[in-house]
Each structure stands twice: as C-alpha cells, then as structure tokens.
Design a protein around this ligand. Structure first.
Ligand code: NDP
Length: 495
C-alpha cells in the first residue's frame, strides 16, 4: 500500500481535491488539458459501470462454507464430497430475476441462487432458483419469457398484458406461476428461503456409472415470507431491504445455515417414471424420491467490496467438477452455453482470472491464451498447441475430468434422446403438479386466499378482457374453484 495518493500508474498526486489551474491576477483560473489527474479522474468515472446482467441484476452476496454431513461415496466420486466433515469455501449470490440493479428487492419475483464452490478439483457453480420448477422447458423461449416480465417496449414500464399474454400462450409454465404467486414469491428474508436445482443433474462415478439427482437447499431457519401488502410497503420504504438484512445478519454473527439434500434416481427408474426428468416444469414428488442429506451450507463472511466480489462474479451451470455432470435437460444444456457467453460479454474473455472467479485449486489451461485483460502469467513460453513433441506435457489426462465422463449405458442413452423430444406438446399432465401445489397451499391457513389476492392484484392490470378470460381459463385447468375465485376477485377490483 502506498503512503500517499497516486495516479493509477503510480505518479504521486499533488492534491486529491484541486484541479491544476492557471491563475490570472483577479483570482479566476483556466483548467489545463495537461492535468492528467483531472482527466483520468473524470474519464474513469464515466466508465465505472460494466453492463448490468440482463437477468438477475439485483443481488446480495456473501461467503461461507459447505460441509459434508453424510457419506455419499455410493452416489458420486466428487472430491469435495468424499469425506464427512470436509469443508469447501463458498461464494453465494442471491438475486431477483427481472428488475434492474437499482430496483426494490421485495417485489414479487423468482429469486436466483448462484453458488460457487471453490473445490480442490476446480470450481463448481450451482446456479439455482428458490423454486423447484421453471416457466419453460424449451430454451428458445428464454428471451421471450424474460422480456414479457420486464418493460414494455413503448411505455417502458412493466406490463401485465405482456406478462399474462406470454403465460397463456405458454401454459407449461403454470406450475411455476403457482409458486410465483404463492407467499414464496415474496420472501421475508434471503435467510429464510430454500433453493432448488430445478434441473436434473447426474452424480457420476469414475467408472462412468451415474445416478440422476435433484438438489435441494433448505433453510434451517424455516421458510418465512412477506404478504403482498407488506412487500409493497417495504419496497417503498427500503428498496434494499433483503440485501441489507443478509448483510446485517452476517455482520452481527447471525450466520444463516441451510441443509443440502439430494433426491436420487437410477437411470432405469427414470425410463419408467411417470414424470419426464428432463422437463424442468416438474418436480419429483417427495414420496417417490425422498430427500437424502449430503451437507450443510453456512454463510459467515461479507464481501469486502461488492463490485469485485459480487458484481464481477460469474456463475454458470457449465462450471462443474468431476463427479457431477449435466443431464440432457434442454434448458440446462442451453444455459451451459448462455451463462459463460454472458460473462464473456459482461466481463471480458478472461473473466475466469478475476479473483472472485479464480479457482483455488491449480489451473493449467495453456490452450486458452491472450485476449483482452489477460493479467495471468499467460503460461510464459509453454506450448500453446496440443501434442508438442519438443516439449511434451508431463500431465496425464484426468480419468473423469470436466464432467466429460462417458456414460456406460448405451441403451439408456437411446432412451434419453427420445425422452427429450417432449418439449412442444402440452397435455393435461402439465397441470397435475400445479394442482398438487394448490392443495399444498390449502394446508396453511389463509394461503389460498392470499394466492387469489396476489393473482387478482396483478391481473387487474390486464386491460384486454379477452386476455383476462383466457387467464381464468388457464387457472381452471388447475382447479375450477380457484379460477372462479380469481375471476370474482379480479373483476370486483375493476368495477
Ligand atoms: P409433499 O406434500 O411431499 O411436499 C410438498 C412440499 O411443498 C413441501 O415439502 C415443501 O417443500 C413445499 N411447500 C410447502 N409449502 C409450500 C408453499 N407454501 N409454497 C410452495 N411450496 C411449499 O408433496 P410433493 O413432493 O408431492 O409435491 C407437491 C407439490 O409441492 C409439488 O407439485 C410442488 O409444487 C411442491 N413442491 C415440491 C417439491 C418437490 O421437490 N417434491 C419441492 C418444493 C415444492 P420444501 O420442503 O422444499 O419447502
């Protein structure tokens, strides 16, 4: 650390608060273009924003640890999971999805859960949500979905017509709509919120065998939510309410803790299961595949600098370690392209070198070199091509590195191809789990009433009565009584 202020190139400042001026006798002065300190100060200020994330812009973040609580050697060879008690450092970023970086964080929205585990075999990113399902199962709909939740291109304000028009036309999302308009759409704090992989993943062994898993992260504090009225009030009083709550809790030693579970399914079970495991609008009901605990997550340290630690953090479902692999879920496959692509645009092609993204395990990747803002040693004069005879590499290839373990189940892979052709058809089955959630809400006093109020409050923003009728029809496939009650509540609020 320098003992005085300097320019970015190290030259000491004459003064940190005065521009260089040529004085004329009466006291006025001329500012000079040669005042490099002034020019650089102004020029850098104009450039201190980086592109905001198109989705998941508003977030809180913290550091902590993942600890293995139960033996899981029978389901994965992942090194960070290979011993009970083993701990791995974690960075967690929790966000809303649609609204911008300066928006209120208690608005009704799905919440993103991006977690980087700095394991001893490279980084593992779990890029989850606080809901176990999603709105779509074909990735080509992703930009349309998100735009329909954002600002109208003409009015520049969020638009209920656009929102419901998208969801009536893409009814596979009804299960996620049920989650969004339940109390869980407005969490009372990020500490009282669960997270789910949504996607099916694979836990793999070194011999190529695997099991399908869904991952659940459940708060030890219990789920707590805000009512619509309170969420709206807080949005006006303190738009950073959730961010501040998490920061203050960690700062005062009230470290939030979550238990981490998996549901585990054999490939042969997947072939016969009622629900398509590559369709992320569906859960695996607990009675079919009970939760099995593998670990515990604790947040215990706030970032020192939000920009370097959280804003510059880049997460991707493609960031995996041996022992974990993607399933054929088409949305997961597409996200594995789209997330690193977004990071390359937002942060530059060498974003993995930024301290918050850098692996804590050794990195040797000499075939990926140069590029803007390369501040590594760039592998010196090591060969930048494969197969050097003059200077052969001394490394043996990792046995199951990079999640690229070959499946040993050829017949199963044929089924996988067929199972992934589901994406376009909608059937009555698409409403069954939404109905199941409606029944779950009925177990808690007043929750169904609050749900109806939440939908009606949003739906009254729809100015086209034909579209409102189509929305009532959509909910009638979940439950006829639910649809009728939404209609009554909505139309009453309009009259
Ligand atoms: P269960 O009766 O076994 O479980 C219902 C689950 O619903 C609970 O374990 C809880 O999950 C979750 N839940 C409880 N209250 C609410 C609420 N107010 N809002 C949202 N979720 C709530 O049923 P099934 O496993 O058969 O699932 C029934 C429905 O429950 C599903 O259609 C799905 O919408 C929802 N659900 C199911 C999950 C799953 O993975 N099976 C996970 C979460 C929700 P948790 O303990 O994770 O909080």
């Amino acid at each position: 650390m320098a003992s005085h202020y300097t320019l970015a190139e190290g030259c000491p400042y004459a003064s940190n608060s005065t521009s260089v001026q040529v004085r004329n006798g009466s006291g006025g002065g001329l500012v000079l273009l040669q005042d490099t300190q002034l020019i650089e100060t102004l020029a850098h200020f104009s450039r201190e924003r980086i592109p905001e994330r198109v989705v998941h812009a508003k977030a809180a973040g913290g550091y902590g640890e993942f600890e293995v609580t139960h033996d899981c050697s029978d389901i994965t060879s992942a090194s960070f999971l290979n011993a009970v008690g083993k701990k791995t450092e974690v960075l967690l970023r929790i966000s809303t999805v649609g609204p911008e970086r300066g928006s209120a964080d208690t608005v009704r929205d799905v919440h993103g859960w991006a977690m980087k585990l700095y394991t001893d075999q490279g980084n593992l990113d779990w890029v989850f949500n606080n809901t176990p399902v999603f709105f779509i199962r074909d990735p080509i709909k992703f930009p349309s979905l998100n735009r329909s939740h954002k600002r109208h291109p003409r009015t520049n304000v969020p638009d209920a017509n656009m929102f419901w028009d998208f969801h009536v036309g893409n009814p596979e999302g009804i299960h996620q709509i049920m989650h969004l308009f339940s109390d869980r759409g407005t969490p009372a704090s990020l500490r009282h919120m669960n997270a789910y992989s949504g996607h099916t993943y694979k836990f793999t062994q070194e011999d190529g065998s695997f099991k399908y898993v869904k991952i659940h992260i459940k708060t030890q504090l219990g789920v707590k939510n805000l009512t619509r009225e309170t969420a709206v009030q807080i949005a006006g009083e303190n738009p950073d309410y959730l961010v501040q709550d998490l920061y203050d809790a960690i700062e005062t030693g009230k470290y939030p803790v979550w238990n981490v579970y998996v549901q585990v399914m054999e490939p042969s079970e997947a072939e016969k299961y009622k629900w398509n495991i590559f369709d992320m609008t569906k859960v695996w009901p607990h009675k079919d595949f009970p939760l099995r605990q593998i670990g515990r997550l604790t947040l215990n340290r706030n970032p020192k600098n939000y920009f370097t630690d959280i804003e510059q953090a880049a997460f991707s479902p493609s960031t995996m370690v041996p022992g974990i692999a993607p399933s054929a879920d088409p949305v997961l496959q597409a996200r594995m392209f789209a997330y690193p692509d977004a990071a390359r645009y937002r942060l530059g092609v060498n974003y993995q070198q930024l301290p918050t993204n850098a692996a804590s395990s050794p990195v040797y990747c000499p075939f990926q070199r140069d590029g803007f803002m390369n501040f590594s040693t760039n592998y010196g004069d090591d060969p930048n091509y494969v197969g050097s005879i003059l200077r052969p590499t001394t490394f043996a290839p990792a046995s199951n590195g990079n999640g690229r373990v070959a499946s040993t189940l050829t017949e199963h892979e044929k089924w996988v191809g067929e199972a992934c052709s589901f994406v376009t058809q909608i059937s009555d089955e698409d409403f069954e789990q939404a109905t199941a959630l409606w029944e779950v809400l009925g177990r808690e006093t007043g929750h169904q009433e609050r749900f109806i109020g939440n939908v009606a409050d949003h739906l009254r923003g729809v100015t086209d009565s034909r579209l409102r009728n189509m929305v009532y029809d959509l909910f009638s496939h979940v439950d006829a009584g639910l649809a009728a009650r939404i209609q009554v509540a909505t139309e009453a609020s309009l009259s």
